[in-house]
Design a binder for this molecule. Structure first.
Ligand code: MN3
Length: 246
């Protein structure tokens, strides 16, 4: 075969390869968010658009965090539930409080994925574009138990900064309305200790890395701009009424 023809042939082959590759890449990207697996666990949509928390939390972070990370925890739970339907037959907070009653083979998986599901379900709820300030009973409890809003926010940020690797910083609320600051590693939840979470922040890198990279303290500081204090107030009232779940 003459040289020119061979080159033409190679170029044609490269072109053909590129042409078949291009649409395949598009398809792969479109499929990256896990398809919802059938099962008893559901991923609720975000209660606001993905760009509603800009500029403090960017839209792409919200999209990946909700549509991929949280969706994966939900899908994993549905996969576990196929062989172990009992994990869906009690409220999430009850299953998490009794993890050691589960078969050992699924215990760690349920701990990670149901903990992740519970943590994120709370997390989307207590954020929003409105902001505001703590009011009424909640404001009084922050003054009484956490040293006032300013000191509390400083302590919360410091605790979130001290979580080594991935985890959560949260405020727990007792049935009589008493507040305390706690942290947990990984996707552990205070629900595993039969406690209730008033609200909390996700300090996994996936929550902030696109915008803040290694600057977790900057993310912790900016996050207060997107706390929905009305919602936190509703959760406080629910805790005292004994109706707060996840
Ligand atoms: Mn997360």
């Amino acid at each position: 075969m003459p040289l020119m023809s061979r080159r033409k042939l190679m170029l044609a082959a490269t072109g053909a390869a590129a042409a078949t590759l291009a649409p395949r890449i598009t398809v792969v990207q479109a499929q990256t968010p896990p398809a919802p697996a059938a099962g008893p666990f559901k991923l609720d949509p975000l209660p606001y658009p993905t760009n509603a928390l800009e500029p403090h939390i960017d839209a792409m972070t919200m999209e990946i965090h909700h549509d991929r990370h949280h969706a994966t925890y939900v899908n994993n739970l549905n996969t576990i539930a196929k062989d172990h339907p009992q994990i869906a037959q009690a409220p999430i907070q009850d299953v998490l409080a009794k993890l050691n009653e589960l078969p050992e083979a699924i215990r760690t998986n349920v701990r990670n994925n149901m903990g992740g599901h519970a943590n994120h379900t709370m997390f989307w709820q207590i954020m929003g574009p409105g902001g505001g300030k703590p009011q009424g009973d909640l404001a009084a409890a922050i003054d009484r138990d956490l040293g006032g809003l300013e000191k509390f926010q400083t302590d919360f940020n410091a605790a979130g900064g001290r979580v080594f690797g991935s985890g959560w910083v949260a405020v727990v609320v007792s049935r009589d309305g008493k507040l305390a600051l706690e942290t947990r590693p990984n996707q552990d939840s205070v629900l595993m200790d039969s406690k209730r979470v008033l609200f909390g922040n996700d300090v996994w890198e996936h929550a902030y890395y696109l915008k803040y990279q290694n600057r977790r303290p900057d993310y912790l500081k900016a996050w207060w701009n997107v706390v929905n204090w009305n919602k936190v107030g509703e959760r406080y009232a629910a805790a005292k009424a004994g109706t707060l779940t996840v």
